[in-house]
Design a protein around this ligand. Structure first.
Ligand SMILES: [Cu+2]
Length: 474
């Protein structure tokens, strides 16, 4: 069942996790480059222009290519990019208006592009073995028949997605709709994406990658930059927070103790805003928040921090907001944001065990490594299922998560404790801490049938077999 590439990967994983040495090189580099924090402006990924539009769809093209990026002062970093941009360009779509995206792969390795959180046919889902071979192109069709949301696209090629995403193959895909427009949330230049990921560099500025090498990834980048600043006016901002790290959970706070008003989760708007001082996001999770800088004074600085591992979290200070003068602000955060669908009663309960195989070194789902030729579950279109997801790696203290392609599910509880409304719906990725159990309701309401993966979204784990697939049947 395992080929030579698998064996190599397993060799890389064996003994990892608990005993990985922290790269002193990377730490030293991080400290050196941290001497002048908040001196470069926050980059905003470019918005991709359509190559053409018709009365029924917008047509886009992207080319995957290796190039270099200036991430660390005075150093040139080889990266993999969509259209030369690190991270990739942002696609802005509208609900009800389809997008056709043609992707050409000029790398020496295959790619597959998955639009995370999207309701699309299997042929456009970016399945791990539905590959764009080197030199080839593939056109993906995105119907955008779903509510406004902050989605992201990323590489999903079997076994190598962790490395290829780490080296840069990820970008944002934002769906807008009339309902969201009517709410008058902060928009345009007051609507800021913050794509957060970690990295490890050698002394020449090259990205270091080893599978499960998360402990050495101590440099945290926001939109591809280390510790940038954003000049903000004294008014409300909408921030789209995306954890695009392979394996790093984050818990975000504001250094002045300020509040986030959370308005959206993975797949779109919450029903009502939820106010709090912390936003916890594990890999692939998203949150949209509104932060009101009118409560600060001109000249104030506020730092967005990651305190997941306490005050000594590596790369704790992510981004500095520098508060400038006031600006007119007609935006608001209404109490009623959206109306969520009612899920039916589950017709079946499934148990999903996420855990390292005790006799081998691969990560497994229900004891099995991923096999793209095996259907793990058959699910009936239109039905609702109850999934009981167990993290069985309590003894290793390995965190995992569950991402299901195609659907937005409802999270019920974690270890029997109901989750808050900010984490309940709409979700496509949920965190499962070591040894814990999370119950979710999954509704297969999509018009599409066929085979879709589900997997841990610690990409270092999914690349090492922690993936399975379901088939939706009529
Ligand atoms: Cu995992």
């Amino acid at each position: 069942m395992l080929n030579r590439r698998d064996t190599l990967k397993l060799g890389a994983i064996a003994g990892a996790g608990l005993l990985l040495p922290v790269s002193r090189l990377s730490s030293a580099l991080a400290e050196a480059t941290a001497l002048a924090p908040f001196t470069q402006p926050l980059p905003i990924p470019p918005v991709l222009a359509p190559t053409s539009t018709s009365s029924v769809a917008d047509f886009y093209e992207m080319t995957i290519a290796p190039t270099t990026a200036n991430i660390l002062p005075g150093l040139s970093t080889p990266v993999l990019t969509f259209n030369g941009s690190f991270p990739g360009p942002t696609i802005k779509a509208r609900r009800g208006r389809p997008v056709q995206l043609k992707v050409t792969n000029t790398m020496s390795t295959p790619s597959s592009v998955h639009l995370h959180g999207a309701n699309v046919r299997p042929a456009s889902d970016g399945h791990p073995v539905d590959l764009i071979q080197p030199g080839a192109s593939k056109t993906y069709l995105y119907p955008n028949q779903q509510p406004a949301a902050t989605l992201w696209y990323h590489d999903h090629a079997h076994h190598i997605e962790a490395e290829q995403v780490y080296r840069g193959l990820a970008g944002l895909y934002l769906i807008g709709d009339q309902n969201t427009d009517s709410l008058q949330l902060p928009s345009d230049e007051y609507d800021i994406p913050l794509l957060i990921r970690d990295a490890s560099f050698d002394e020449q500025g090259r990205l270091l990658f080893t599978l499960d090498g998360f402990a050495s990834r101590t440099v945290v980048l926001v939109n591809g930059a280390q510790q940038p600043y954003l000049s903000v006016r004294r008014r409300k901002y909408r921030l789209r927070l995306i954890n695009a790290a392979n394996s790093r959970p984050i818990k975000l706070t504001l250094s002045d103790g300020g509040q986030f008003v959370r308005i959206a989760s993975d797949g779109g708007l919450l029903e009502h805003p939820v106010t709090g001082a912390e936003i916890e996001l594990w890999p692939a999770e998203r949150a949209e928040v509104v932060v009101d800088f009118s409560t600060r004074q001109t000249g104030d600085t506020v730092i967005l921090e990651n305190i997941f591992n306490g005050p000594n979290t590596p790369g704790r200070q992510l981004l500095q907001f520098q508060v400038a003068e006031s600006a007119p602000d007609n935006s608001q955060v209404p109490n009623n944001l959206s109306v969520h669908p009612v899920f039916g009663q589950p017709i079946i309960t499934r148990t999903i065990n996420l855990g390292r195989d005790p006799t081998n070194t691969f990560y497994a789902i229900n004891g099995l490594p991923y096999d793209p030729n095996r259907i793990d579950f058959q699910c009936k279109q239109g039905s609702t299922e109850l999934w009981v997801v167990n993290n069985t790696d309590g003894q290793y203290n390995f965190p995992h998560s569950m991402h299901i392609h195609l659907v937005q599910f409802r999270v019920l509880d974690r270890n029997g404790v109901a989750v808050g409304p900010e984490e309940a719906y709409p979700k496509d990725t949920v965190r499962i801490p070591a040894g814990q159990t999370v119950r979710i309701l999954v509704r297969f309401s999509s018009p599409f049938t066929g085979v879709y993966p589900y997997h841990c979204h610690f990409l270092d784990h999914s690349s090492a077999h922690m993936m399975a697939q379901l088939e939706i049947v009529p």
